[in-house]
Write a new protein. Structure first.
Ligand code: ADP
Ligand code: MG
Length: 700
């Protein structure tokens, strides 16, 4: 029943199923496990006559809705009046003009927000709202679902309600838990009648998730230990010579990471190591040191990068350096000419290190003796892609694997969930690197402060002429949420404090295209171009290439520039609608600047006039990715009951990773379960379900 297609659920036809599929909800199981991301408690509304300042819930009809522009640009104010049979209060929303269209005048709604004195009058500020008849289905507590492709939270509620009778058929999953707990917990997660229900359901589901993760990671370690790799003996004098010839002094963190890697490669079992380091911490050099050692040991090395630009940057950065030591490096991307010749050289072993993109993965790219695979920005690759490369090793042997990522896994998480994965951390920046100065600012300031700041950047003399010297001044990234205006109302998913809004919050965003147009008007003598994920790869590469060489002054882009592009001459990044991004992503984006010697800046533009969120304030204060990752984990953990915790591909439904007691219990139970040996196979759903985690926590 659980693995049946989602169409089996009443009310889900082919069209809805298609949308759900895109959101990763394919089976009945997926549907049940699509847990609310939050709950809104509308219990115990007060009558309007009895309201007191503070957080309140009222129940009534709304009328007199209208939106106006504030004097300050880019701020819209939507107002209305909520009435019940005891009185009326004014409600106000900022930058949520869709509210005008949201309500039917003859229906009752709950409103939950802050009742406060503003400009001499009491008002209900930015309340969340829900149709009373919707909420009443599950008592006073209303689950909030993430919207997907036109399906709103309400639609999910309606659909899950239609599937109520199916919960009874959900079988047990874990042998370590009482029978029936799973189905009850899932039911209560969707239909809680009290806060306690939510807590209990969450407790079980968190345990289940931890059990699966830990089991996956333990099984992975077992699998990896069965594999054989080519052992590479450590050649101290050669490495010392190499290090001495580098144009800079290695950081201690780089030394430690390289040493970890050398020790791994001396072993018979393949290395399975993740190299984590904040943007700019110098991962590429560690990769080069690993590659050098592997080649000395008679092996070929493949370095896989997610984009052509990155592959080229690596090639230019480490190719010549390794060349001095007799290492033959080649670049293989979609644009490579004479591919057949190059592939012949790879096959015959005439090339030692191949740096490339997906072009490396094609079946006709064969190696003579591939013994080390390095994957940059590993979360950008699917499991199949990684595996494809691993399989290119000569028969019977597995290559060593070094995966690199700039997405920090919080330390608390490393110790628990990834306890079986080998991790090296670059927690130290190369000397001379300047921290990026970060400022939160309301968009309204743009004319007075931001534009002059931008002009100043573009008038500065170019920084490092690393990838081209066409720059007239220093350069700017401008990040937008949406590509064009049709997508500009995409729901806002950042896990902000306002996430409790039942009616799919949509902040007003300016699209890449519109922003480009405006900036061209503001800076008529500058070259402003745009970049987004829907462009053809060749187009994207052309724009990125032109930006890297300095031809473009301002690059307006969606988050596609997030991947480790290195343009040291770009020294300002403006992130519009900053409040709609997660902390980790903002930090990643900020890492696009601060890569040269000039002081760099990051402007976080917020749209509302509310106090900036804790996330933004933390970002303003700190440049430390690991610290921010911990903060992120904490903020999302207890704050959002069911936050979608994203760690690259690891999409945990429940932020339970800080619950050390629960982790300890799951660990004990997993050990017990592993004791069953072949008997584990009987738990089919569990064993097949953890494959998704196995593929994430292992690297090969
Ligand atoms: P990331 O970890 O983000 O991939 P990179 O490997 O791209 O970082 O390194 C960022 C920049 O720092 C590069 O230009 C690189 O040459 C330089 N770099 C790396 N290690 C050092 C070091 N020990 N001292 C000074 N500069 C370094
Ligand atoms: Mg990098």
């Amino acid at each position: 029943m659980l693995s049946s297609p989602v169409e089996e659920i009443k009310g889900i036809g082919p069209k809805t199923a298609e949308i759900l599929k895109k959101a990763g909800i394919k089976t009945v199981r997926d549907f049940f496990y699509n847990l609310p991301r939050d709950y809104e408690n509308f219990e115990a509304p007060t009558s309007i006559a009895a309201t007191r300042p503070g957080k309140i819930v009222v129940k009534g009809k709304i009328d007199s809705l209208s939106t106006r522009r504030a004097k300050r640009r880019n701020l819209s104010i939507t107002e209305g009046v909520v009435r019940d049979n005891t009185g009326a209060i004014k409600v106000v929303w900022f930058n949520q003009s869709y509210r005008v269209r949201q309500f039917s005048p003859d229906k009752d709604y709950y409103f939950k927000g802050t009742y406060e004195l503003k400009n001499g009058r009491f008002q209900l500020t930015s309340p969340s709202a829900a149709l009373v008849s919707d909420v009443e289905v599950g008592g006073g507590i209303s689950p909030v679902y993430v919207a997907h492709g036109g399906l709103k939270s309400n639609d999910f509620r309606r659909l899950i309600n239609g599937a109520r009778d199916k919960f009874a058929g959900i079988p047990d999953l874990l042998p370590t838990v009482q029978s029936g707990v799973r189905k009850n917990s899932l039911f209560k997660a969707h239909f809680p009648s009290s806060e306690q229900d939510i807590t209990n359901a969450r407790q079980y589901l968190a345990y289940e998730e931890l059990f699966e993760l830990l089991l996956a990671s333990r099984l992975n370690r077992r699998e990896n230990e069965k594999l054989n790799a080519v052992q590479v003996a450590f050649t101290a004098p050669k490495i010392r010579e190499f290090v001495n010839k580098l144009p800079f002094k290695l950081t201690n963190a780089q030394r430690r990471a390289a040493w970890d890697i050398y020790q791994d490669m001396e072993k018979k079992t393949p290395m399975n190591r993740l190299l984590q380091g904040d943007v700019g911490s110098g991962k590429t050099m560690v990769a080069a040191m690993a590659a050098y050692e592997a080649v000395l040991g008679g092996l070929q090395v493949a370095l896989l990068a997610p984009t052509a630009i990155l592959a080229e940057q690596h090639y230019e950065g480490i190719g010549p350096l390794l060349g001095k030591f007799g290492i033959r490096t080649a670049l293989l991307t979609g644009a490579t000419k004479k591919k057949p010749e190059l592939k012949k050289q790879i096959r015959s072993g005439e090339v030692d290190l191949v740096i490339g993109t997906h072009a490396l993965l094609t079946d006709d790219t064969e190696f003579d003796n591939l013994g080390l695979v390095i994957i940059d920005e590993q979360h950008r690759f699917g499991v199949e892609q990684r595996q494809k490369l691993m399989l290119k090793s000569p028969s019977g042997l597995a290559p060593h694997l070094l995966a690199m990522t700039a997405t920090p896994i919080p330390r608390s998480l490393q110790l628990t969930i990834f306890g079986d994965l080998d991790v090296s951390v670059l927690d130290e920046m190369p000397a001379g690197r300047q921290p990026v100065t970060t400022k939160i600012t309301a968009e309204i300031d743009s004319k007075e402060k931001l534009y002059p700041a931008m002009t100043a950047i573009m008038n500065r003399a170019p920084d490092a002429k690393k990838h081209g010297d066409k720059a007239r001044g220093q350069q700017i990234y401008w990040i937008c949420k949406a590509i064009d205006d049709t997508s500009a109302t995409a729901p806002n998913r950042g896990g902000s404090g306002k996430s409790g809004d039942v009616s799919a919050p949509q902040s007003e965003v300016t699209s890449v295209k519109k922003r480009t147009k405006r900036l061209r008007e503001v800076f008529p003598d500058k070259k402003v171009e745009f970049l987004h994920g829907k462009m053809k790869p060749a187009e994207k590469d052309a724009i990125m290439g032109a930006f890297a060489s300095g031809e473009i002054d301002i690059l307006v882009s969606t988050t596609v520039v997030e991947v480790g592009v290195d343009v040291p001459n770009a020294t300002l990044i403006v992130i519009e609608n900053a409040e709609s991004y997660g902390l980790a992503q903002l930090h990643q984006l900020r890492g696009r600047v601060g890569r040269g010697v000039s002081e760099s800046f990051c402007y976080l533009l917020t749209s509302g006039d509310e106090r900036p969120s804790r996330r933004l304030r933390e970002l303003e204060k700190s440049n430390d990715g690991f610290y921010l990752a911990e903060v992120d984990l904490k903020l999302r953990g207890p704050g959002e009951i069911y936050g979608a915790l994203q760690h690259g591909a690891l999409d945990l439904r429940i932020a339970s990773l800080t619950d050390t007691k629960l982790i300890a219990r799951a660990q004990r139970d997993v050990e017990k379960f592993l004791g069953l040996g072949d008997g584990m196979a009987k738990y089919e759903e569990l064993m097949s379900g953890i494959k998704k985690y196995q593929q994430i926590t292992t690297l090969n």
